[in-house]
Design a protein around this ligand. Structure first.
Ligand code: AMP
Length: 187
């Protein structure tokens, strides 16, 4: 069985969610978005949702202890045997180290690739403002971009130093980006 394990990196508004969903469908693997899991938990006001709400609404990172068990459980569900695409996790070098250990524990090391979807800042802000999600207001967007630069951008180097990183130009029409991603994933 071919397994594809993809860690999808890129700033908020780069189009990761849409592209990840397409890749997941075409490869028949689960699209695991920590942001989506959190938004669903908030919408149904589960204990996780109640704890995460303040952070998500302000564009801040939800504490690791709320996410680590969730990611560990999700990657062990049976549908994740076929592979997975992780969208929005890891977001810090600490989370990347956690994931590295987890994959080792699950015997899935050295068997993933990290895709980095690159989009310039001015485009991100326009896209985010037109999206209308609960955390898409100007102040929250500014916080999320700051968090991305300070906390998440170093994750790119983490995977580059492991020779697992592939950069993709996300500042192109959606179909073109999808085509590039398809080629990179198949390579
Ligand atoms: P996203 O849908 O990936 O843009 O995530 C939306 C929000 O969920 C983020 O702004 C964070 O508040 C929270 N979130 C999602 N993934 C993580 C993560 N890996 N670590 C911390 N917070 C996260």
């Amino acid at each position: 069985m071919t397994r594809t394990r993809i860690i999808f990196l890129g700033p908020p508004g780069a189009g990761k969610g849409t592209q990840a969903q397409r890749i997941a469908e075409s490869l028949d693997i689960p699209h695991i978005s920590t942001g989506e899991i959190l938004r669903n938990a908030i919408a149904s006001q589960t204990p996780l949702g109640k704890k995460a709400q303040g952070y998500v609404d302000q564009g801040k990172l939800v504490p690791d202890e709320l996410l680590f068990d969730l990611v560990r459980d999700r990657l062990q569900q049976s549908d994740a045997n076929k592979g997975w695409i992780l969208d929005g996790f890891p977001r810090t070098v600490g989370q990347a180290s956690f994931l590295e250990n987890l994959l080792q524990e699950l015997n899935q090391t050295n068997d993933y690739c990290a895709l980095n979807l690159e989009v310039p800042d001015e485009i991100l802000i326009t896209r985010l403002l037109s999206r209308g999600r609960r955390d898409d207001n100007e102040e929250t967007i500014r916080t999320r971009l700051d968090v991305y630069r300070n906390e998440t951008a170093p994750v790119i180097d983490f995977y580059r130093s492991r020779s697992a990183l592939k950069d993709i130009n996300g500042d192109r029409p959606m179909e073109e980006v999808a085509e590039s991603l398809k080629q990179v994933v198949a390579a």
